[in-house]
Write a protein that binds this ligand. Structure first.
Ligand code: PFF
Length: 457
């Protein structure tokens, strides 16, 4: 088989552990800590959680494995990887489009992801200043609304966050991405355990209420909306469909076992999401707050809890550091595909490629910031710029790239070779084939159709 496209100079992860932490770092992010708990809160708790878990394993895991597998074959940025692998399988170069949409998706997502990362960073400072002390719902709500109206603050924190992201990426795959995640991921684990421990200790019986809320299935709460939201979130949460995992796979050596590594990454991602729920909901219940309060859960609801409990300030600081770290290990992964592309296809070195890409993304982020205030009425299809970017990427580009990847991998690539590479016995290979050829594509089409006609449900 032709692997003639391999470039010897291409960077590589220094160890399987380093790769795993970087991939887990990409997966674990705002999606787990900010989005997952509020989605669970809005969509009936446990029934949503269990559905999400199921999708993570039967749909997310195979796609994760295939993105890595394709990336490792191609050894290039996602666009040229898709082209080269397609050609080596005797298919059209046009498959490169899957990579193009993916890279563009990661680029666009980072513009608003960095803005929210900036909120998290600002909230570390607010917690440290004791701003939440004694706060009630009105106060924290005002604080957040005023923050969203304050262009300068938003801009400063978006800039800080984007700068940190660019700094790590500019250092390269080993010294930047891998080392950053090796430092931040264990820190994140410790912070999370401390937060859950504190929530269990400080909120008494509310901890069990939170467990009940998250784990006791209440199937009547599960409707079409919740099922599709769980499916879409499984994608977002594993950073699939944006060329990210393909780019990460391109730095991967032949000896790494993709299935077992993917299993570990999925398990870590799920554990962080569930533990985040266990850190947040006990505080919500103990303070008689609403679990279904939407995106404001972390920035509006939780500060009330931090402001009214013993040791709440420290807890608040820890929590927002945790959130910022998690966001940062994901934002670096969002920057990587475009930087890899520029580095390989232009004369730019890695540093220049990082700076150029970051400045453009940063500028786009300013448009997102303005959509919360000065440009709030600038809308297209009834959505402001922030919502439009979110919609375009998560609801359209991500599933389209995901669908392209799975159809390519399951229908266009040599299946015998994939089976050998994954070391599957006949039984598991049959299951794999049913999942990748039929169940996953149908599920993705469902997300896409639902994205277009949400009110139909
Ligand atoms: N997986 C990250 C999270 O859950 O926050 C977000 C993310 C990172 C999404 C990278 C998409 C992506 F390509």
């Amino acid at each position: 088989m032709s692997t003639g496209t391999m470039k010897k100079s291409h960077s590589q992860w220094s160890s399987r552990m380093g790769f795993m932490l970087a991939a887990a770092g990409s997966a674990v992010g705002l999606g787990n800590i900010w989005k997952f708990p509020y989605m669970a809160g809005e969509m009936g708790g446990s029934a949503f959680v269990l559905t999400y878990l199921l999708f993570m394993f039967i749909i997310g895991l195979p796609i994760l494995v295939l993105e890595w597998l394709i990336g490792r074959r191609g050894q290039k940025n996602p666009i040229h990887t898709m082209q080269d692998v397609a050609v080596s399988e005797g298919r059209s170069k046009l498959w490169g489009w899957v990579g193009i949409i993916g890279v563009l998706g990661s680029f666009l997502i980072l513009s608003f992801y960095s803005v929210i990362g900036g909120w998290a960073t600002d909230y570390i400072v607010l917690a440290a200043q004791g701003t939440f002390e004694g706060a009630n719902g009105g106060i924290t709500e005002n604080l957040f609304t005023n923050f969203l109206g304050d262009v300068n603050s938003l801009l400063i924190w978006h800039t800080v966050f984007m700068f940190a992201t660019a700094f790590i990426v500019a250092l390269g795959v080993g010294a930047g991405l891998e080392r950053g995640c090796k430092i931040m991921m264990p820190g994140l684990g410790i912070l999370l355990l401390a937060l859950v421990g504190y929530a269990a200790y400080a909120s008494g019986s509310s901890f069990w209420k939170a467990c009940d809320f998250l784990f006791t299935p209440n199937w009547s709460a599960l409707n079409g909306t919740a099922i599709l939201a769980a499916l879409g979130h499984a994608f977002f949460s594993l950073s699939l469909g944006m060329g990210i995992m393909m780019a990460y796979g391109s730095y991967l050596g032949k000896d790494v076992n993709l299935l077992s590594t993917a299993r570990t990454v999925v398990i870590l991602d799920v554990i962080v999401a569930v533990l985040s729920g266990l850190a947040i909901f006990p505080l919500v219940f103990a303070n008689d707050l609403q679990p279904g309060s939407g995106p404001g859960l972390i920035f509006v609801t939780l500060p009330i809890a931090f402001g009214n409990m013993a040791g709440g300030s420290i807890l608040g600081i820890l929590f927002f550091i945790f959130l910022t770290f998690a966001a940062l290990t994901s934002s670096i992964s969002l920057l990587e595909p475009t930087v890899e592309l520029l580095e390989e296809k232009t004369h730019m070195g890695r540093k220049t490629a990082t700076i150029v890409t970051s400045i453009i993304i940063w500028a786009l982020g300013i448009a997102c910031i303005l959509s919360f205030n000065k440009w709030a009425d600038v809308t297209l299809f009834g959505k402001n710029i922030f919502d439009l970017l979110d919609y375009l990427t998560s609801k359209i580009m991500l599933p389209v790239t995901g669908l392209g990847t799975i159809i390519f991998a399951a229908w266009m690539m040599n299946q015998k070779r994939i089976r050998e590479e994954l070391n599957l016995n006949a039984f598991w290979f049959n299951i794999w084939t049913i999942l990748t050829r039929f169940i996953i594509p149908v599920a993705i089409v469902a997300i896409l159709v639902f994205g277009f006609f949400p009110e139909g449900k």
